[in-house]
Design a protein around this ligand. Structure first.
Ligand code: ASP
Length: 300
C-alpha cells in the first residue's frame, strides 16, 4: 500500500471569489503536484522523495503561498519557511525566513541530509544554500501582483479574500511508501502583512510538520501562532499512537483544541496503513489525495 495527500492551504474562501477558470487553475496545480508525488511512490521511491517533489511543484506554482506567489511581509518582501520529516528515522530538516532560495523545501532537505542541524534561519540558511549549490533568486521572483494586492488590501483594512482565494495558502504533503515509511513536508510564505522575522508553525517540527512511523505523518495550514501553541502536528500523531484514535478523529480533535484558543486552519494526515484524513475548520481547503487502492480526489 502507498498513498499521498497534499494541501494548498485553508482559509475563508467564498465560492463567488473563486471563478470557474480560477478554480480550474487551482485544480490543475494540485493535480500536477499530487501526480508527481504519486509517481515517485509508484516507482518504488521513498515517501520523503514523494513529499519533496510534490511540495516543490506547489512552490513553483504562483497560485499558492509558498515559493513563487508567497505572501509578503508588511514591507512587501517574501520570507519563506519550510520543513520536512522522515517517519522511520525521525530525521528532520527545516529553514525559516529565507529570502532568496528558489525552493525552500530543497534547502530543508539539504539541512536534514547534509548538516548536523535541524533548523537554519535567514542569512545562515542562505549561506548554506549557496554552499550546496541550490538555485538562489532575487526576492522579486517570489512576488506576484495578486500578493501585492492582498497586502495592499490588508493594509487598507479591506477583506483580502475578495481579491485572492486565500489569505493563507501554505502547501504541504504527507505520504506512505511501499516500504511502510511515512514522511511529511510543508512550505509557506507565512501570513500576509507579517512582521519581518516572523516565523510560523510550518518549519517548526511538531507544530506544522511531523512524521513518525507507527503513528502518522501530518502537515498543517492555518494561523500558525495557534498551531505552535498546541504543537498541532505532533498532537495529532500522539493521539494516533498513544490513544489509538483514527487519523480522522485525531485531526478532528486537534482542530477542536485549536478552536478553543480561537485558531483556524486545516490538517492533512496519512497513517501507517495508508488511511488518509484531510480536515479543516475554515470555509475551504485546497486538498488532494491518491493511493494505490485506486482513490484519486482533488477537492476545494
Ligand atoms: N501556517 C502558516 C503560517 O502561519 C500559514 C498558512 O498555513 O497559510 O505561517
Amino acid at each position: 500500500m502507498y498513498a499521498i495527500a497534499i494541501h494548498g492551504g485553508a482559509g475563508e474562501l467564498s465560492r463567488q471569489a473563486l471563478s470557474g477558470e480560477r478554480e480550474a487553475h487551482y485544480r490543475d496545480g494540485l493535480a500536477q503536484a499530487l501526480d508527481l508525488g504519486y509517481e515517485v511512490l509508484e516507482r518504488g521511491g521513498t515517501s520523503l522523495d514523494a513529499v519533496t517533489v510534490a511540495v516543490r511543484s506547489l512552490e513553483d506554482n504562483p497560485l499558492f503561498n509558498a515559493g513563487r506567489g508567497a505572501s509578503l511581509t508588511r514591507e512587501g518582501v517574501a520570507e519563506l519557511d519550510a520543513a520536512l520529516m522522515e517517519g522511520h528515522t525521525l530525521r528532520a530538516g527545516a529553514v525559516a525566513a529565507v529570502r532568496h532560495v528558489k525552493n525552500p523545501i530543497e534547502l530543508a532537505r539539504r539541512v536534514m541530509d547534509k548538516s548536523r542541524h535541524v533548523l537554519l534561519v535567514a542569512a545562515g540558511a542562505e549561506e548554506f544554500a549557496l554552499e550546496e549549490g541550490l538555485t538562489l533568486v532575487p526576492n522579486t521572483y517570489f512576488r506576484t501582483p495578486e500578493r501585492q494586492a492582498e497586502l495592499d488590501a490588508l493594509r487598507s483594512g479591506r477583506p483580502a479574500s475578495e481579491l485572492i482565494p486565500s489569505t493563507q495558502g501554505t502547501v504541504g504533503a504527507v505520504a506512505l511508501d511501499a516500504a511502510g515509511n511515512l514522511a511529511a513536508a510543508t512550505s509557506t510564505g507565512g501570513m500576509s502583512n507579517k512582521r519581518p522575522g516572523r516565523v510560523g508553525d510550518s518549519p517548526i517540527v511538531g507544530a506544522g510538520t511531523y512524521a513518525r512511523n507507527g503513528a502518522c505523518a501530518v502537515s498543517a495550514t492555518g494561523h500558525g501562532e495557534y498551531f505552535m501553541r498546541i504543537v498541532a502536528a505532533h498532537h495529532a500523531c500522539a493521539a494516533v499512537e498513544y490513544r489509538r484514535l483514527t487519523v480522522q478523529d485525531a485531526l478532528r480533535e486537534t482542530l477542536g483544541r485549536l478552536r478553543e484558543l480561537g485558531g483556524s486552519g486545516g490538517l492533512i494526515a496519512v497513517d501507517s496503513a495508508g488511511r488518509i484524513a484531510m480536515d479543516f475548520n475554515t470555509q475551504g481547503m485546497f486538498r488532494a489525495a491518491r493511493d494505490s487502492a485506486g482513490q484519486r480526489q482533488i477537492v476545494i
